[in-house]
Design a protein around this ligand. Structure first.
Ligand code: SF4
Length: 359
C-alpha cells in the first residue's frame, strides 16, 4: 500500500475543487452534493450527475463549472470488442489507465470494474498483479466506470484490476453512491465484491449494512499452494480467510462464493478436491470452479475437462453447491488486467499505444 501514496491528487484537480469535497463529482454522496448548495435550491438534481454519456448536457456542464466540480474524469483510450463482451481502457487524470469490461446478458449488462491501478498481490495467474500497485482509485473513478458502461448495466462485479478490500474506504463509498436512491439507485444485491479475502477487512465488511454478494478467490486448499499462487496473501492464513468469509455469510444470511481456478498439476489433485469439500461442507458457501483463461507470458495450462468434472463430483457428493464458471469474455482476453498489461508492454490499444504511465 505504500506505493498507493506515491501519486497524490495533482494540484490542478484541487484547484478545480473549491468546494473542498472530492474533486470528482461522481465521488460525491448525496449529502456532499447537498452541502455544495448550502441551503439553496440546487439547479440540477443529484440523479443528473450520473448521466451516462461522456459529454453531459450543457445545463449540467454549466452547473459543474459554477460549482467547481469535474463531471467526468475518465477518457476512453482503448476498446476491444468480442462476442458478448467489450473491454474499455480508461485513462485517468494523472496519466494512469484502468480497464472495465461490459458483458452483455439476455436480461441486462454486467459491468466488471477496477478498484486500483495495478495490484499489490501479484497473483501468478493475473496480468494486473505483474505490474505492482500504482495507486488506489477514488470512489468517483470507480462509479464513473459503471456510468460510462451505459444505462443497461444491472450487475456490477469488482473483478477488474485491483484488490477491492485493499482500497476499502473508496470501494465502500463507491458502493454507497451507486446504491443511493436519490442517484443511480442501484440494487446492492446486483453488486459482487470479488476479493482474495483479507481477514481484517472481511471482519469489517461483516459489520457493514450492505446486501452485496461476496466472492472469495480461494484457488488452493493448502497454505503452501496458496502462497505460491497469491504471493501477496502470505500473511493471510487460509483457514482464517474461509472462517471470516463464512462469518460474513452467516451475518448477512446469504452464501459466500469461493472461486477456485483449477490449474493442472498445481491444485487439481484428488486430495485437493477432498480437502475443499471438507473445508466447505455444512458452510453457507458455494463454489465456482473456473477454467484458466491463458495470459501472454504466464506459463499456466488450461485444465482438462475431466479434472473439472472430478472436482465437481467430489463437491456435489459432499453437498457443497458448485458450478463450473462460464468463461465469458475469453475471446477478448477478459481475465483481469490483460488489456492493461498489453498496453504496458507497448502493444497498441485503439489508436494510442502507450507504455506504463501515460504522459
Ligand atoms: S487476481 Fe486480483 S488480487 Fe490477484 S493480482 Fe490480479 S487483481 Fe490483484
Amino acid at each position: 500500500m505504500a506505493s498507493a501514496q506515491r501519486h497524490s491528487t495533482p494540484d490542478l484537480v484541487r484547484q478545480r475543487n473549491p468546494a473542498g469535497v472530492s474533486g470528482l463529482s461522481l465521488g460525491l454522496t448525496s449529502s456532499e452534493f447537498a452541502g455544495l448548495h448550502e441551503g439553496a435550491v440546487p439547479d440540477v438534481t443529484y440523479r443528473e450527475l450520473f448521466f451516462p454519456h461522456a459529454d453531459p448536457p450543457r445545463r449540467l456542464q454549466n452547473w459543474a463549472r459554477s460549482r467547481g466540480v469535474r463531471l467526468r474524469t475518465l477518457t476512453r483510450i482503448g476498446r476491444d470488442q468480442g462476442g458478448r463482451s467489450e473491454k474499455m481502457l480508461f485513462g485517468l487524470h494523472d496519466g494512469y489507465a484502468v480497464e472495465s469490461v461490459l458483458i452483455r446478458r439476455f436480461d441486462g449488462h454486467t459491468a466488471c470494474i477496477s478498484s486500483q491501478v495495478g495490484c499489490a498481490f501479484a497473483c501468478r495467474f493475473c496480468a494486473s498483479g505483474q505490474a505492482g500497485l500504482m495507486r488506489n482509485l477514488e470512489a468517483g473513478e470507480i462509479v464513473e466506470q459503471v456510468v460510462r458502461l451505459g444505462p443497461k448495466v444491472n450487475r456490477i462485479v469488482f473483478m477488474g484490476i485491483g484488490e477491492p478490500l485493499n482500497n476499502y474506504q473508496q470501494v465502500l463509498k463507491a458502493i454507497r453512491i451507486l446504491r443511493d436512491r436519490q442517484g443511480m439507485n442501484f440494487p446492492t444485491t446486483g453488486i459482487t465484491l470479488s476479493t482474495i479475502g483479507i481477514p481484517k477487512a472481511l471482519k469489517q465488511l461483516r459489520e457493514e449494512h450492505l446486501a452485496i454478494n461476496l466472492t472469495i478467490s480461494l484457488h488452493a486448499t493448502t497454505q503452501e499452494v496458496r502462497d505460491r499462487l497469491i504471493p501477496g496473501a502470505r500473511k493471510h492464513p487460509l483457514g482464517e480467510v474461509v472462517e471470516r468469509a463464512c462469518a460474513w455469510a452467516r451475518r448477512h444470511n446469504r452464501p459466500v462464493t469461493f472461486a477456485y481456478l483449477v490449474l493442472p498439476g498445481i491444485n487439481d489433485s484428488i486430495a485437493d478436491a477432498r480437502r475443499l469439500a471438507a473445508m466447505l461442507r455444512d458452510s453457507p458457501a458455494r463454489v465456482n470452479l473456473m477454467r484458466w483463461n491463458p495470459v501472454d507470458g504466464v506459463g499456466l495450462q488450461r485444465t482438462p475437462d475431466r479434472s473439472l468434472a472430478h472436482f465437481r463430483t467430489t463437491l456435489e457428493n459432499a453437498l457443497v453447491p458448485v458450478v463450473v464458471r462460464d468463461t465469458q469474455g475469453r475471446d477478448i482476453s477478459a481475465a483481469c488486467g490483460q488489456l492493461w498489461l498489453r498496453d504496458l508492454k507497448g502493444l497498441p490499444v485503439g489508436n494510442r499505444p502507450r507504455q506504463g504511465r501515460m504522459t
